[in-house]
Structures are given as C-alpha cells and as structure tokens.
Design a protein around this ligand. Sequence first.
Ligand code: NAP
Length: 368
Amino acid sequence: MKKVGIIGWRGMVGSVLMERMENEKDFDKVQSYLFSTSLKGNKAPIYNNCHELVLDSNSIDELTEMDIIITCQGGDFTNEMHPALRTSGWTGIWIDAASSLRMNEKSIIVLDPLNKNKITEGLNSGVKDYIGGNCTVSLMLMGLGGLFKEGIVEWMTSMTYQAASGAGAKNMIELLDQMNYFGTEFDTYRLNNPGTTALEYEKLMTEKMSDPKFPRDNFGYPLGLSLLPWIDTKVENGQSREEWKAQVEANKILGSEEIIPIDGTCVRVASLRCHSQAFTIKLKKSVDIATIESLITESNEWVDFVPNDKDSTLDRLTPASVSGTLKIPVGRVRKMTLGDNYLNAFSIGDQLLWGAAEPLRRTLLMAL
Ligand code: NAP
C-alpha cells in the first residue's frame, strides 16, 4: 500500500476531506500518516490503516518517507515546504488545495469531471504536482462545463457570493461570534425597551458594528449583517486575486486554445458554507433554452438543473439546501433583455466539497 501523508486535516478543507475519505472507505486503500504544524506527537484520530501518532508537518525527513502528500494546510506552507522537499530529492506525488502552484507550467489543476484525461496523461508521463482549483472556478465549471465543452461561450462575468468558511476555520467561527454578539445585544435591548421600532433596532445594530468589543480579528470588518466585496490581495489591474483566478484557472483547466474572457466581482457574504455565483454569459450564437438545459444537465451527474420558477429556485438553489452535498444546482437560466445571445444563470456548490476536498481525494485515488 502506498504511504500517504495528510497535512492540514484539522482545517475546513482538511476536515471535509477526512470525512469524505472515511465515508468512501479511501483509508482502506492506503497507509496514511497525519501531519500537523501544531499537534505533532499527539495521538492521531482513529482511521483505518492510519499511523497512531501525529507527525511533524515541518519535518523533511518524515515527509520524504511518503509516496504521496496531500495538503490542505495553505499557501504559506506550500511555498515553504514544496521547494524544500523537491530540493531534497523527493519525487513523490504532491496533491494540494492551496493556490501557490496552480499556474506553474509543471502542475495540473485537477477537476476530473472536466479534465480526467489530462490528469491520467500527467500521471502516466511523470507529472508530480496536482493542484485543486480555486473553489469558485471549480464550482463554475462543474455547473457550466457543458457550455464550455460545446464551445459556445464567447465571454462570461461571474459575480460571487462566497461563504465565510471559504476563508478558513477561524473566520467561520468569527462570523458565528459576530452573529452571537448581535443576538445578545438585540435580546438585551428588546427586554429592557419594549416597543422599540425596527428602524431603532437597525440603528442600534449598525452602531454596535463599531464597538471595540465587536469580534473582527480575522475578517477585520463586520461580515454578519453586512458583506465584504473584496477577497484576497490586489493585483495590478485592479482586480482582487480571487477575481484574477477565474479566467486564468478556468482556461488552464479547459485547456483552451483561445482564452475565454471571464471576469467579475468576488464578494464574501454571511452564509456559513457554499459559494454562489450569478453569471452573465455571452454566447457565440443564439441557442435555445432547451438546448442550454441539456448541455448543462448532460455535462456531469452532479448537476441539478433548476427550473426558472420561484418555488423551485427558493427550494433548491440556496446554500441551505446545498451545504454538505455534492449537488451543483444551476438555475435562473433565461435569456437576458440585453439580447438573444446573452444568458443569465445562477449556480451554487459546496466549496469545501467540489470546490476543494473532492477533486483532491479523487486525484489521490487515481494516483494509487
Ligand atoms: P483553515 O481552516 O484555516 O486550516 C488550515 C490550518 O490551520 C489547519 O490545518 C490547522 O493546522 C490550522 N488551524 C489553526 N486553528 C485552527 C482551528 N481552530 N480549526 C482548524 N484548524 C486550525 O484553512 P482551509 O480553509 O481549510 O484552507 C486550506 C487551504 O485550502 C488554503 O490554501 C485555502 O486557500 C484552500 N482552499 C480553501 C477552501 C475553503 O473553502 N476553505 C476552498 C478551496 C481551497 P495545524 O493542525 O497544523 O495547526
């Protein structure tokens, strides 16, 4: 059995990865070793064929014993340890959730429902680095891959609504702390001031956002009862790095001969889990909605085409109905008033599953 080192298993992506690997009995197929930057030497949680102690994520000697390393630890860890391991002569397979190596010429961005052939070719020809795509990019391609494969997309905008857990475990807990802070203040005020109007409550809550005690160490700003229209750092052209990833990564995954322009605004919202996206798609030609529906639906088994009516949309096209599942609902599909070649669509996916952990575990299975 291959030795597989798992790094970052405590984090948001890592804990979903462990859940999936356990449910799908992946641990039966490998000899696994858990690594941590903060828990080395502790007893490891019990998984089949898993080493009993947690090893040290910063130990080159321990890591080079592995045939395959799968990491969900983050970009800083990758930037430090990947070159160190390769310089030490380690030639194992590196599977990573972080963005650091995605655009390297020698790496493949993995999303096997879209590019399984590319991954297989890579494994057969000695490619060593397999990197999960940006969560919104992977979820967008899972939903709209059929339109791209058909070659009918001229350009696209994607306006995102990204969950707090997309920023990591500490940030997601901070959102809950912010909600708790609001809830406690609201309850206390209501008890002592019966008859307060809605506008008075709104003013109170808005004021409370500037309270020095308001929890904001991780996001830096209130996300609860608000939103944050900037994710990640700035790139030179004024995009945020999250926005920049859409075009470069999607085209790399698709293996486009001619770049398909994709741009938009990425926004953090106060949902816990799942990234949602609103699309404007400029088609190369007029295509009727029935054909669009079949292209989307036939693209992969996880897509759920949601009819463009209010009840179906509110029932099936929300983070609440998608969280924790592999479903990729695509709805609000209609021609826009801008013209017959302009298509509107809205899609949601669990960014911790298809947006992160799932492509990694499926690549691991392919690499065994
Ligand atoms: P995370 O939740 O912040 O976890 C990263 C590491 O933080 C953990 O492995 C753990 O390492 C440490 N940690 C510190 N305090 C923790 C706590 N209270 N709970 C859990 N872990 C804690 O990061 P992540 O969101 O999983 O992201 C990992 C990588 O995947 C990043 O590169 C990210 O960009 C990428 N990614 C994330 C998502 C997403 O939706 N979150 C989606 C796609 C890609 P030790 O055990 O070593 O202390």
